[in-house]
Design a protein around this ligand. Structure first.
Ligand code: RB5
Length: 152
């Protein structure tokens, strides 16, 4: 699988561990930064990762900041992105099966690397169920991206 990954200064160390693990599993990673503890703005990393997901250049995206919250909020502003903020393995599986999330956000100041790597393994390794009820709900999320949904 081809995966884009990005982080701010709060997440760059965990990003390196996630990247190493996924490459070890044979996945192809595109790393958009950041690469140091220098303070940066998380939307600047959410945008290129999500752009690559939307364009089809990659299959999925992974975003890491201190809490994962800023990355998740920024990512979900972008049409066609369904970003899930995940800090447990159950949710990692459920959000792939039910929401067909195409971007994963995590907070490096919230969970340790051991749990984060298990979450990533589960999220990357779980397929969307394809169930009609989930397709219908995702369709309704997509409708919310359209102006008419906000101004009926
Ligand atoms: C950076 O200090 C921090 O605000 C950021 O990593 C993230 O937690 C934002 O949601």
């Amino acid at each position: 699988m081809k995966i884009a990954i990005g982080a701010d200064h709060g997440g760059y160390q965990l990003k390196a561990e996630v990247k190493q693990m996924l490459e070890g599993q044979g996945h192809e990673l595109i790393d958009v930064g950041s690469f140091s503890a220098d303070s940066v703005d998380y939307p600047d990393y959410a945008q290129p990762v999500c752009q690559k997901v939307v364009s089809g250049e990659v299959d999925k995206g992974i975003l890491i900041c201190g809490t994962g919250i800023g990355m998740c909020i920024a990512a979900n502003k972008i049409p066609q992105i369904r970003c899930a903020l995940v800090h447990d393995v159950f949710s990692a599986k459920a959000t792939r099966e039910h929401n067909d999330s195409n971007v994963l956000a995590m907070g490096a100041r919230v969970i340790g690397a051991g749990l984060a790597l298990e979450i990533v393994k589960t999220w990357v390794g779980t397929e969307f169920s394809g169930d009609q009820r989930h397709r219908q709900r995702i369709g309704k999320i997509t409708a919310l991206e359209e102006t008419q949904a906000l101004h009926p």
